[in-house]
Design a binder for this molecule. Structure first.
Ligand code: FES
Length: 135
């Protein structure tokens, strides 16, 4: 299957563009996501971070079918099996570890946001089209 994930950062994440997101314990295996605000391509958007198979991942909260948020209840993205990320609107399904579409009306994959986890803290990483929300 071709890689349809739209990666935001082209280089491996480094500490210079790391923004603290949450404590590691806040991301429960296949549990609720931790949401965060970002500016993606100049627009205020939301991202979400999850833990799957004891690794952390984050994506823009935007379905590839229609650009709308995907959670069926706040911060809930996993389907009932806990295996896939699912869009609540029309049921597009995505692979948790890559964001690749695996079923439903997707038009490509999710937009991946780089995360790192170290010393009990999870950080997300900015990129050319991905910046923190300024207050
Ligand atoms: S908007 Fe997500 S499946 Fe249609």
């Amino acid at each position: 299957m071709p890689d349809t994930t739209r990666h935001v950062t082209m280089n491996p994440p480094d500490d210079n563009n790391a923004i603290a997101l949450c404590n590691s314990a806040d991301l429960v295996e296949r549990g609720e996501a931790v949401p965060f605000d970002v500016v993606y391509c100049g627009r205020t958007s939301r991202g979400f971070a999850i833990r799957f198979d004891n690794r952390v991942y984050a994506y823009l909260n935007q379905c590839s079918h229609v650009p709308m948020e995907m959670d069926y209840q706040p911060n809930r993205f996993f389907d009932s099996s806990g295996s896939w990320l699912m869009c609540a609107t029309h049921g597009a399904m995505y692979r948790a570890e890559t964001g690749h579409c695996i079923g439903g009306p997707c038009r490509g994959g999710l937009i991946k946001i780089a995360l790192t986890e170290r010393d009990g803290v999870v950080h997300w990483h900015t990129g050319p089209n991905l910046q923190p929300l300024e207050f």
